[in-house]
Design a protein around this ligand. Sequence first.
Ligand SMILES: NC(=O)c1ccc[n+]([C@@H]2O[C@H](COP(=O)([O-])OP(=O)(O)OC[C@H]3O[C@@H](n4cnc5c(N)ncnc54)[C@H](O)[C@@H]3O)[C@@H](O)[C@H]2O)c1
Ligand SMILES: O=c1ccn([C@@H]2O[C@H](COP(=O)(O)OP(=O)(O)O[C@H]3O[C@H](CO)[C@@H](O)[C@H](O)[C@H]3O)[C@@H](O)[C@H]2O)c(=O)[nH]1
Length: 445
Amino acid sequence: MKLAVIGTGYVGLVSGVCFAHQGNEVVCVDKASEKIEMLRSGGVPIYEPGLKELIQTNTAAGRLRFTTDLADAVRLADIVILAVGTPSLPNGEADLSFIKQAAREIGEAINGYTIIVTKSTVPVGTNEKIAAILAECTDQPFDIASVPEFLREGSAIHDTLNPDRIVIGTASELAREQLTALHAPLTSNILVTDIRSAEMIKYASNAFLATKISFINEIANICEKVGADVTKVAEGMGYDNRIGRSFLKAGIGYGGSCFPKDTQALIQIAGHVDYEFKLLKSVVEVNQDQRYNVIRKLEAILDNLQDMTVAIWGLAFKPETDDVRDAPALEIIQTLLERGASVKAYDPIAAANFSKLLTHPHLEYCESKEEAARGADALCLLTEWKEFADIPLPELERLLRKPILIDGRNVFREEELSQTSFIYYSVGRPSLSQGVREQNPVLLF
Ligand SMILES: NC(=O)c1ccc[n+]([C@@H]2O[C@H](COP(=O)([O-])OP(=O)(O)OC[C@H]3O[C@@H](n4cnc5c(N)ncnc54)[C@H](O)[C@@H]3O)[C@@H](O)[C@H]2O)c1
Ligand SMILES: O=c1ccn([C@@H]2O[C@H](COP(=O)(O)OP(=O)(O)O[C@H]3O[C@H](CO)[C@@H](O)[C@H](O)[C@H]3O)[C@@H](O)[C@H]2O)c(=O)[nH]1
């Protein structure tokens, strides 16, 4: 099939490349000419394991090309995939301006029957608005479909080539047939729904996963007070198939380009139909507060952060990505700086993107984890990059001025810590934190 993919962010680029890899003829379009130039010259604007190689293979095979000319790509395509951004507006609603603009441009370009598929995450009812915009711009025949994307950054190619399910929301029999044929090589688990249900499936899925994370983070906070270990609690819960093991890792809360924005957008979607989504509001509130536990723990040990030097390991919102959108590290570092600390930060991949968001006279970006730790009064681990877990703890202890380690992702194990004199706080594992070990909680019931 001939596909045009509009937008070369994570979703557009990865899905375009993967569809090409399946043997389709794909043109990826972006209005950002610097991205297209980079892609044409063999570069990749995002860090995603395996993506560069897959782009090279499929470009060389002549199945994949890149352009800024949306009209040309759309004219040649049987199926047009919309994968532009839907960022948050200040009130939390999804900003649909990129979607509407792209829909107008597509409408003006289509040439013969075309299926327009929305992969961007959009509020319920948006695909109908897209259809209305298209109809205003063309008298050519078209159908629309909502095919939400579920890939995760860092494992985007694997997720796209091995999806748990494909959801196709459409009212058109022809679109259903063609889109089922397009996705059939990826999975047999294809669910066809009406358009509004498909749009809702995406938000409900992200909101549910975010709820699991806030739930386990609250359990972790209670574990710290009652002397239980959240990693054991999560393991014990996860063996129950009705609960499942995934998304029960306690930490500093979720970040990234999706959960924060999509939870806020769903609260707004509900609000527009006069429904207060109380549970999801609490999920967001818990998540927002969770990252400040890092600061609270530091202050519990150091008392005052003024003139302290704090090392930060990890800036990306999760490992294996250079994406720093809504990364918890941002607010944590800003708070440290506001409280008078100096910060030495290191991330293997994401520092360049992070430094576009935050510069400060007391914030230094370091070239290695060792450089960041050297001479610091405390170290906070915020992203669980593998290289952090690999460092021998006695070596780390020698680098730091004070052996204080706040592990926001529960990376280190008791056996490793027992050979050191670290004051160690993790998340929901009180038996490992010296501070709590010294004052075992008394349970009055
Ligand atoms: N990032 C993810 O992991 C992920 C996963 C699933 C779903 N989503 C959803 O997919 C959508 C895209 O997310 P992303 O992170 O890939 O986006 P992004 O913001 O990183 O990239 C979007 C791209 O679209 C381009 N663009 C905007 N308007 C255009 C136009 N008219 N013509 C051509 N190009 C245009 C922009 O220049 C940009 O490069 C969002 O709705 C997001 O919620 C994202
Ligand atoms: O047990 C867990 C799992 C994740 N996280 C955090 O949650 C955030 C999101 O992680 P993840 O879901 O792995 O990454 P994303 O790339 O943001 O993917 C989510 O958002 C995408 C965009 O909508 C969806 O397509 C994916 O299905 C959905 O998992 C990160 O900050 C993680 O550190 C935890 O704290 N604990």
